[in-house]
Design a protein around this ligand. Structure first.
Ligand SMILES: NC(=O)c1ccc[n+]([C@@H]2O[C@H](COP(=O)([O-])OP(=O)(O)OC[C@H]3O[C@@H](n4cnc5c(N)ncnc54)[C@H](O)[C@@H]3O)[C@@H](O)[C@H]2O)c1
Ligand SMILES: O=P(O)(O)OC[C@@H](O)[C@@H](O)[C@H](O)[C@H](O)CO
Length: 410
């Protein structure tokens, strides 16, 4: 069996389609993975020795690949095992996929990492790399900030030890991975011939771009195509604005038109035109050559249109209060500063406000309540979301116009 040398926090679908898949190419490295809290998935994986089927689903066919890099799985509530594994000198890397919301100051990411790193320091186990794989700009820097803030408050000596021993790696991650459904489980069991309780469906496309140090070594992720660069920012900006921003547009505007999945929404000529309009605006703010952006847009359209990937708009719509500031506001601000009215970006904001008012996908967002209370007034939403923009009368008028347009289109 592979030795445990990576610990993962956030044992969900994406981790199993992405980081675990890349680690699968290096047999010297095994992963111990922790769920957020509950035990169900950890128990299911433990019953099958960590093995699961990754269904790589193209537009015409499936490629079933049994994955073996996860050698142990635990409930996130198992704090004792978490601390002892992060403290283990054989462990050199911690990867994370806990969603954007988990990086709040004092949130679950800071809490778990500080507990684990404190145990590592006491054990004298030496340096380690922390690799955030969540859709956050500068995810390494954000992780470092929340960890240092908490550690400094709890124990300044621990904070110093973290500065000297812990590397925070920044990454751009990309592979569309919808939530596994019960019918996926049944279908995979039939195709596989064994009762896999934890399969994952993903697309063929995958990307992982990383920047940072691995002071105690790392798996040979480049064998799966991972790229190590000096600066992730251009790549992360491309992905967050074009893919994730495009997703958010379809999630709110597409679901309000009755669509359930990304493929259905992108087949709707209006939604498709809105997507292109958003991409035209967003591309002005991605520091990459035009031909690279054109190729990425073409590939994205094919990926979004894959009818065999059932990626629900409701899944993407979740946690909008965390996602809109990252995926849409940078373009909105930059365009307004340049004196333009970016109707594509404003449409995402308007569609999100419509969603907060109860149209389209249901609201599933722990941070939504203050926005729901203000959703009747565009200005009040803006004063909470982006106070620097709440005096922009033209922006408010354009947002109101698009909210009305959306009402007329329903
Ligand atoms: N699914 C994708 O296509 C995809 C692609 C790129 C990046 N990502 C990143 O990965 C993250 C996870 O995606 P996923 O599809 O694996 O989701 P998922 O729901 O399958 O898994 C997320 C894991 O994090 C845990 N978690 C989430 N919020 C938590 C909280 N506040 N407290 C405790 N535990 C919490 C969950 O319990 C689960 O173990 C996304 O939010 C995103 O940042 C996902
Ligand atoms: O995973 P989230 O909730 O951050 O965002 C939903 C989707 O936009 C996202 O999961 C994409 O599918 C993914 O980022 C593709 O790589």
């Amino acid at each position: 069996m592979r030795p445990v040398r990576v610990v993962h926090l956030g044992l969900g679908g994406f981790f199993r389609a992405h980081q675990a898949w890349y680690t699968g190419f290096d047999e010297e490295w095994g992963i111990a993975a922790f769920t957020g809290r509950s035990a169900g998935l950890a128990e299911a994986l433990t019953r099958q020795d960590g093995r699961y089927t990754l269904v790589v689903r193209g537009p015409d066919s499936d490629d079933l690949q049994v994955q073996e890099s996860v050698v142990a799985a635990y409930a996130g509530s198992d704090a004792t095992t978490w601390r002892s594994l992060v403290a283990d000198p054989a462990v050199s890397v911690v990867t994370i996929t806990m969603t954007e919301a988990a990086y709040a100051p004092d949130g679950v990411v800071a809490d778990r990492l500080v507990a684990g790193l404190s145990a590592r320091r006491l054990a004298g186990s030496g340096p380690i790399a922390i690799v955030s794989c969540d859709n956050l700009p500068g995810n390494g820097e954000v992780t470092a900030r929340v960890v240092h803030e908490l550690a400094a408050r709890l124990d300044p000596a621990l904070d110093e030890w973290i500065s000297a021993h812990v590397s925070f790696v920044t990454t751009m991650v990309d592979r569309i991975t919808p939530k596994t459904t019960d019918s996926d489980v049944r279908e995979v069991a039939e195709a596989d011939g064994w009762a896999d309780a934890a399969p994952v469906i993903t697309e063929p496309y995958t990307e992982w771009i990383l920047s940072g140090d691995f002071p105690a070594g790392r798996p040979a992720w480049e064998r799966g195509g991972a790229r190590f660069v000096d600066d992730v920012v251009p790549h992360e900006t491309r992905k967050l604005l074009l893919l994730n921003g495009g997703h958010s547009l379809l999630a709110y505007a597409g679901s309000a038109r009755g669509h359930e999945t990304v493929a259905e929404a992108v087949a709707d000529p209006d939604c498709r035109a809105w997507l292109e309009q958003w991409w035209d605006e967003a591309c002005r703010h991605v520091p990459l050559p035009d031909d690279e952006l054109t190729a990425y847009r073409a590939a994205l359209l094919e990926r979004f249109a894959n009818p065999r990937i059932r990626h629900t708009l409701a899944q993407i719509a979740a946690d909008g209060s965390q996602k809109i500031p990252i995926r849409v506001l940078p373009v909105l601000r930059a365009e307004r500063a340049d004196g333009r009215m970016p109707t594509g970006a404003v449409r995402i904001l308007a569609a999100w406000i419509d969603h907060l008012r109860g149209f389209g996908a249901p609201v599933s967002d722990a941070g939504a309540q203050p926005y729901i209370e203000r959703a009747g007034s565009v200005r009040e939403v803006l004063s909470l979301l982006a106070p620097d923009l709440d005096g922009d009368q033209d922006l408010i008028a354009e947002t109101e116009r698009l909210v009305q347009e959306s009402k007329a289109n329903r």
